[in-house]
Design a protein around this ligand. Structure first.
Ligand SMILES: [Ca+2]
Length: 441
């Protein structure tokens, strides 16, 4: 899971469910905020104001104040300057727990299909705006494309997805939201690491305290929505003015995003995916996650649906992806699909970025529409499906109600063993068949 993925919880139900699962695992490893006095190294000198003896003015919340005193000591021990520690932590008032919980509450009655997310991501407005942004920033995109591995349309698509091309970058104070989470013990280590990264960036002169006041509710920063630790590691000062200004400098933001993808292994010149036309009588069970060469896929009868060829090389490995089973477009996924997921670990996100990038590059729309009238499983039904598949010996992975490629692959094996159309697509009819088989086993 990317360290910066969970901010997407508010953006889509499917994403929310993925992130809720992530949250659950992280919380399990958390624990209550420390209530013990800070150990050595010595805490900052107190100036006598109330607030846990740390020198900070009390927030009015004893748990928060105690956490802050302890954490400030740790930050000092990590080498952050007193002035920066104070500027980041002083004056913070924690976000109310009820409000925090609401932000993280991603329960949904129905699991939205992946293509709802893709369709809204690739709206005509977002395509038009993206093309205008590419033209207006042609010099920056040219230089970024030369310096980094991904093509400009991928970088532009991420920019569009993350902040509507810099149009919306958030209004929350990153230290406040991160400290609030850390203080109540929610993903404590994660949030403290992010706070330390903020302090490091300020100490380095890469950014100012004021800039961190423009963040998402989860602490993601700027036009690329980097978490602070990602900004520390992958942020770039493209215009060489000394600052990594991913908030208001498009060059810094775009170079940072391109650098992130490059550092995570973007394969220059390779596609992220290519839509495939599925021939009559195709064995859909081939879409169970296996990787084959493009040459092998062609031998099964797959042909590119809208472009001349799948890739420059028939030797490239690809995976068949059937997000809507036999009811919608199919894709051959290449390694770069997984690199987009390093930015945000969800198939829906990577699909949206890739499809938007294709349109920004002037490639044609999909050859087949997404299904329009399919009733998706509820989250509980999705869990029932996963549990039943697991029981039957078709490993669907965690019973989390998220229909990912693992669940679809397991369902395909079930379908194939029963000579059903093995498209891995979980309709309610198919759920009934799986449940019936599981109860009889
Ligand atoms: Ca700069």
């Amino acid at each position: 899971m990317s360290t910066r993925s969970f901010r997407w919880a508010a953006a889509g139900v499917v994403m929310g469910l993925v992130l809720a699962a992530c949250e659950t695992t992280k919380i399990a490893g958390g624990g209550p905020a420390p209530q013990t006095p800070p150990a050595s190294p010595a805490p900052p000198v107190t100036d006598g104001t109330p607030g846990g003896g740390s020198g900070f003015a009390s927030s009015g919340n004893p748990t928060f104040d105690a956490w802050r005193a302890t954490f400030a000591s740790r930050a000092s021990g990590s080498g952050r300057s007193q002035a920066t520690i104070r500027s980041v932590l002083d004056g913070l008032v924690p976000v109310e727990e009820a409000v925090q919980a609401q932000s993280f509450d991603n329960q949904a009655e129905f699991v939205k299909p992946i293509w709802d997310y893709a369709k809204s991501a690739v709206s005509p407005t977002r395509i038009t705006n993206g093309q205008a942004k590419l033209a207006a920033n042609a010099d920056i995109f040219e230089a970024v494309e030369v310096a980094y591995a991904p093509p400009r349309e991928i970088v532009a698509a991420i920019w569009g997805m993350e902040s509507s091309y810099g149009g919306f970058i958030g209004t929350d104070d990153a230290p406040r939201v991160l400290a609030s989470q850390a203080a109540i013990g929610r993903r404590k280590d994660f949030n403290e690491t992010e706070l330390l990264a903020i302090m490091q960036l300020i100490d380095d002169g890469s950014a100012t305290r004021e800039q961190f006041r423009k963040a998402s509710w989860a602490g993601a920063l700027g036009q690329t929505q980097f978490m602070p630790s990602s900004m520390l590691q992958y942020g770039r000062d493209f215009d060489r003015d000394g600052m990594k200004d991913i908030w208001s400098n498009a060059g810094d933001a775009l170079a940072s995003a391109a650098n992130y993808l490059t550092a995570h292994g973007w394969r220059e010149g390779q596609p992220w995916a290519v839509e495939a036309h599925i021939p009559e009588g195709f064995d859909y069970s081939l879409g169970d996650g296996r990787k084959l060469t493009v040459a092998a896929w062609k031998a099964t009868g797959l042909v590119p649906a809208t472009v001349e060829s799948f890739a420059d090389s028939d030797a490239l490995q690809a995976e068949l992806f059937l997000p809507a089973g036999s009811y919608g477009p199919a894709f051959l996924l290449f390694e770069n699909f997984g690199i987009i997921k390093k930015y945000n670990n969800a198939d829906s996100y990577a699909l949206a970025v890739g499809l938007l990038a294709d349109r920004l590059a002037g490639r044609p729309d999909l050859s087949r529409p997404w299904p329009g009238d399919i009733q998706m499983l509820t989250q509980q039904q999705a869990k029932d499906l996963q549990a039943a598949l697991n029981k039957l010996g078709y490993p669907a992975g965690a019973v989390d109600g998220i229909i990912g490629r693992g669940t679809r692959g397991a369902l395909q094996k079930f379908q194939k063993d029963r000579t059903l159309v093995a498209d891995g697509f979980p309709t309610t009819d198919m759920l009934a068949k799986v449940l019936e088989a599981a109860s009889a086993s």
